[in-house]
Design a protein around this ligand. Structure first.
Ligand SMILES: [Fe+2]
Ligand SMILES: [Fe+2]
Length: 148
């Protein structure tokens, strides 16, 4: 249950982060991508919250789970002004989410029923797709930068 609350906290943080990034890059294509990504992360929040409730518990945020990925400097992540740093931060967060979804999937095996497995698998695939887009965009950005 603690692990599900950890995912719940991570997904809530990602909704906030991608919404903030959408605002910061307002007027760009990336802004729309961040906005739509936040919608998918909200879906993850809702599904994990529903799962926690099927176990008879209420989801709660266990504090800031993103900052530790950056040595405790969330303010600095949110202050990342450029697209390159933003994409790098996002890739780091998505990679952490994927690693933890994979670990939990291995841990729960078939024991906890289809619903839990499906949510974990679907979330993992979504994070994989997000990572792929961020990575491709970052590669394009670096390539264009080199041409200048
Ligand atoms: Fe997510
Ligand atoms: Fe994601």
């Amino acid at each position: 249950m603690l692990k599900l609350n950890w995912f719940y906290s991570l997904e809530v943080s990602q909704v906030d982060l991608y919404k903030a990034q959408s605002q910061r890059f307002s007027g760009t294509y990336e802004s729309i991508v961040f906005e739509r990504t936040a919608v998918v992360e909200q879906e993850h929040v809702d599904k994990i919250a529903a799962l926690i409730r099927t176990f008879g518990r209420e989801p709660y945020k266990i504090g800031d789970v993103i900052s530790p990925l950056f040595g405790g400097l969330l303010g600095r992540i949110l202050a990342f002004s450029g697209l390159e740093k933003t994409l790098q931060a996002n890739i780091l967060i998505e990679n952490k989410a994927m690693a933890d979804y994979v670990a939990l999937l291995q841990q729960v095996g078939e024991d906890f029923g289809d619903e839990l497995l499906t949510v974990l698998q679907h979330n993992l695939v979504d994070e994989d797709v997000h990572t792929a887009w961020f990575t491709e965009r970052l590669a394009d950005y670096i390539l264009l930068d080199l041409k200048d």
